[in-house]
Design a protein around this ligand. Structure first.
Ligand code: ARG
Length: 283
């Protein structure tokens, strides 16, 4: 059966370290354009190889972080809730994303203008629940607004380590009742929420979290992630997953990896509403 999975990506044509808005970015280190293009292409090809339809957003000169399409906004069925970026450096991306979603049949809506929201970088479904990271980028109040707007339960999780400034850098749902997470990025309360609400939780060590291993793309039983996480790979294998390690060092220089470079348009595998939509589409 043909896969219905669709992911939005953007070529790194204009990707570079042009500013510093998270602890990973350092303008003096810079990035290598040829190497960035090769690494991005390998991720793209691996997704296509898994049967994913990859849609491409045209890159824009002057918007280096547009490659991180996970931050476009949040998709829920045919609604696109557009991001409100915290830093001016990324705010120019919003009209570009809005145009793409409007042209591709989504209803485009904005969150209230007084609070920040960085989309699927901070808001991730596990089952029916939206797990929502806040503090460094998104505001907790916007997350509640998002939950009310789409009618789902939101569990806000405070992020406490500036290196793990987006939820998708330290938490990755792999199925409606299973996720990978790095405990050190959350406070005691956040850890207890995750433990109470997700049946299977795979813990990532500090060392492997630092290789961006939580920033993974899940396609069925395959998990694509940055290399350098052998312990996590073993744990995932025990749970019936196989990992596809990729070299994504150029993007880590900007504070992003596999997951940040992708935006799932039909709902993540771990989102319960996706399978419900698939079931009704199959009737
Ligand atoms: N340089 C980008 C920023 O700081 C990286 C974004 C990474 N995206 C993500 N979903 N974690 O905004």
């Amino acid at each position: 059966m043909a896969s219905m999975r669709r992911i939005l990506m953007c070529r790194p044509t204009y990707f570079r370290i042009a500013y510093e808005i998270n602890p990973w970015m350092n303008r003096r280190v810079g990035s290598d354009p040829g190497e960035s293009a090769r690494q991005w292409q390998a991720l793209h090809d691996a997704l296509v190889g898994l049967g994913v339809t990859v849609e491409l957003l045209d890159p824009v000169d002057g918007l280096p972080d547009l490659v991180f399409t996970a931050n476009a906004g949040l998709v829920y069925r045919d609604l696109f809730l557009s991001s409100r970026f915290r830093y001016g450096e990324r705010q120019g991306e919003t009209p570009v994303f809005d145009r793409w979603f409007a042209e591709h049949g989504f209803e485009v809506e904005h969150t209230p203008d007084e609070h920040h929201f960085e989309g699927a970088g901070d808001a991730l479904f596990c089952g029916e629940t939206l797990f929502a990271g806040y503090r460094f980028r998104s505001d907790a109040r916007t997350m509640q607004w998002v939950g009310d707007r789409i009618g789902v339960e939101v569990l806000p999780l405070e992020l406490v380590d500036p290196r793990y400034y987006h939820l998708d850098t330290c938490f990755c749902p792999i199925a409606p009742d299973a996720a990978v997470f790095f405990p050190g990025a959350f406070d005691e309360y956040g850890r207890s929420v995750l433990r109470d609400r997700i049946r299977t939780l795979i813990e990532v060590s500090a060392e492997e979290a630092f290789s961006f291993s939580c920033n993974a793309v899940v396609v069925g039983r395959s998990v694509l992630l940055n290399e350098g996480a052998p312990k996590l790979a073993k744990a995932l294998e025990r749970h019936g997953y196989r990992t596809i390690p990729l070299t994504l060092t150029e993007f880590i220089k900007a504070g992003g990896s596999a997951k940040c470079l992708t935006f799932r348009l039909d709902g993540e595998d771990a989102a319960r509403w996706r399978s419900a939509a698939d079931r009704s589409a199959a009737v």
